[in-house]
Design a protein around this ligand. Sequence first.
Ligand SMILES: NC(=O)c1ccc[n+]([C@@H]2O[C@H](COP(=O)([O-])OP(=O)(O)OC[C@H]3O[C@@H](n4cnc5c(N)ncnc54)[C@H](OP(=O)(O)O)[C@@H]3O)[C@@H](O)[C@H]2O)c1
Length: 231
Amino acid sequence: MITIGILGGTGDLGNALAIHLCKYYEKILIGSRLKERAARVIDDLISRSAMGEDATRKLKEHLVPATNQEVAALSDIVIAAFPYEGALEAVKGLSPSFREGQLFISAIAPVAKRGGHFVNPEESNPLSIAQRLKGFLPRSTKVATAFQTVPAKAIYDKSSVDADVFVSSEDFETYQSVQQIVQRVGGLRALYAGGLEMSKQLEGLTALLLNIGSKNHMKNPTFKITSLRPA
Ligand SMILES: NC(=O)c1ccc[n+]([C@@H]2O[C@H](COP(=O)([O-])OP(=O)(O)OC[C@H]3O[C@@H](n4cnc5c(N)ncnc54)[C@H](OP(=O)(O)O)[C@@H]3O)[C@@H](O)[C@H]2O)c1
């Protein structure tokens, strides 16, 4: 049985992913700094569920409250959904807990608002957040980035959303593992953006997307790539 754990899983993105992934994975750890808070969030998800009887049963049976330390220690696949501010510190603090051979997917998007615009406050750093997080993880961990441009609210209570998720990962095999997870969130299509060196570009897309959304009065903007000619 594969265990997925979400660090910072009590937030909007963690909740939205958990709602979809619990249909496919029997154990999803919802991580929090406070396990009681994770338990409350799960209760809330169950009580507000409008997903039908079978899906609500899966929420009850498959979502498990956890500390972030438990997520790090017990998961096969870790999704990091910490807010950008504090994410590096949080993962560094968990460093001794991570186990060997995990898949670590960073959904973290560095965004700040300056002068009325969204910016990437890490623009001048040569390394992405994901590349820096890798330094706190065991050498055997495979690191990827995904979900930076998918608004949690768009996937929260919808069975399907037509959007692309750009993935960068250490190798193509890792991408394929991430692709399987992404495509289990109804309607999302994974697209390979290249190795982890591409993660800085991907992390920077969130600020661009939020600017486009706000200047054009678009709610929950996201990306969908089209190709004019078949490849
Ligand atoms: N929301 C979206 O639509 C969306 C879409 C794509 C990507 N993202 C990215 O995904 C990440 C999560 O987004 P979100 O909106 O779900 O975040 P969030 O709700 O702001 O935070 C998620 C959880 O992180 C924990 N947390 C807050 N501050 C922390 C700190 N300093 N150290 C450790 N844990 C902390 C909190 O859980 P506890 O209090 O229970 O510990 C919180 O519920 C962000 O990096 C964001 O850029 C978000």
